[in-house]
Design a protein around this ligand. Structure first.
Ligand SMILES: [Zn+2]
Length: 422
């Protein structure tokens, strides 16, 4: 036996039940579940054990933007967040619009061996929005979806062509929905607080109008479309209606949009500048309700690390994005699970099983014979978030200085510790 996790509380996000048990790991696999005796045991009393999380939306920044993140630091951060799998968005430099880059990302992931990495290929060449990438050869190289994330696909005809190809090879498109004319120069959600701070607002219609347009194209093509990081009431309503009509659509929300609102932007803090912007308080409540009722399928981090220098710029100039993969689980545990708004099984399901399904990947399950990809979580630990908390190069988080409850103690990837010590 390599190791036995002794006396932990095993949570099953599918059956939504728990049991106190031992998990024995051998040769990277789950060898047995149940009482075992071994000299190599680790006491997990009081800790929750569950399948490692799956992030459908991660910016690893490598190749090209290694000052913000490398795959080494990004995957260390993912493991620290309790993740065993991430899907890498293609907005690197060069963009992942060719099999060479897809293969490079897969090669680096294997070399680092801390987390499964599934690359996402670009919809358009160089994210230019002008001509399509070679979607077929990207699929052959191993991408699990296509996205121009960071940008909308403004040209509706180009998007329709992409949908037709995606449909023909049974691949999904992940869409960043934003009308750039409506959102231009905005830094936060339009509304009372933006007015009070004197900052240019981004109206919700910048997002919802593009979703409305693209749902019409889905209706014609039948392509599978996943809407990234939705953030407002009208988007929820449109997607709810589309699902009711049987369209093959799904969507995600980020932990920050579930737990924070524009009311958290009290000063000119670029660390809270994110695209789409943090929602109004009432939209935040609707996002939580939509996650609970299944209109929103899953939680994805949109982990977007930036250097301190970039975020130190005036809020108008600073780039959008929050370094969020390490705070995702404790933030939602603190803000949604502890107060009884969402049950922990449901949250874990939305952070592990549901995203794997959208990606078409078999989810990690804690079952005999499966790879030992397990997160060990202490539900009682309380701590303040500081810059030192982050293993990511990106310390750009509006949570710095805030207190959270619930901590990832260790993450086990293929039977070895990818984070923590036990
Ligand atoms: Zn995006």
């Amino acid at each position: 036996m390599d190791i036995v996790l002794k006396n932990g509380i095993l949570l099953d996000p599918i059956l939504k039940n728990k049991k106190r048990t031992d998990i024995a790991i051998k040769n990277g696999l789950i060898h047995s579940i149940g009482k075992t005796n071994s000299t190599q045991e680790v006491d997990c009393s009081g800790y929750f054990l569950f399948p490692s999380l799956f992030d459908l939306h991660t910016h690893l920044r490598e190749p090209g933007f290694e000052t913000s993140e490398t795959m080494e630091t990004g995957l260390a951060a993912a493991a620290h967040g309790g993740y065993g799998t991430v899907c890498a968005m293609p907005n690197s430099l060069p963009v992942n619009d060719s099999p060479v880059i897809t293969k490079y990302i897969k090669y680096r992931a294997k070399e680092i061996d801390k987390c499964n990495v599934y690359p996402i290929g670009a919809i358009s060449e160089g994210l230019s929005g002008k001509s399509l990438s070679d979607m077929y050869s990207l699929k052959d190289a191993g991408v699990i979806a296509y996205s121009d994330d960071g940008f909308p696909v403004e040209n509706a005809l180009l998007l329709k062509k992409a949908m037709k190809i995606a449909k023909s090879i049974d691949m999904p498109l992940f869409l960043h929905e934003e009308d750039k004319n409506l959102s231009e120069n905005g830094v936060m959600r339009a509304g009372e607080i933006a007015l009070r701070l004197g900052l240019t607002g981004i109206p919700s219609s910048a997002e919802s109008s593009m979703i409305a347009r693209d749902l019409e194209i889905v209706r014609e093509t039948g392509a599978r479309v996943h809407f990234c990081h939705i953030s407002c009431a009208r988007s929820i309503q449109l997607i709810r209606e589309a699902k009711k009509a049987g369209l093959p659509v799904s969507c995600e929300v980020t932990p920050n949009h579930l737990a924070l609102s524009d009311e958290d932007i009290r000063r000119y803090d670029a660390n809270a500048k994110v695209n789409p912007p943090l929602p109004s308080k009432s939209d935040r409540e609707l996002l939580v309700a939509a996650l609970a009722d299944g209109t929103i399928d899953l939680v994805a981090t949109d982990h977007a690390p930036h250097t301190a220098d970039m975020k130190a710029a005036a809020i108008e100039e600073a780039p959008f994005g929050i370094s969020g993969i390490e705070t995702a689980l404790p933030l939602l545990y603190t803000k949604l699970v502890k107060p009884g708004i969402i049950d922990f099984y449901e949250l874990l399901y939305r952070m592990s099983i549901a995203p794997a399904e959208i990606a078409g990947i078999e989810p990690d399950l804690i079952k005999k014979g499966k790879p030992a990809n397990i997160t060990v979580f202490d539900p009682t630990e309380k701590y303040a978030i500081t810059e030192e908390f982050f293993m990511s190069k990106g310390k750009n988080s509006p949570l710095i200085g805030k207190s959270l409850e619930g901590a990832v103690k260790a993450t086990i990837f293929k039977g070895k510790l990818s984070y923590g010590n036990l």
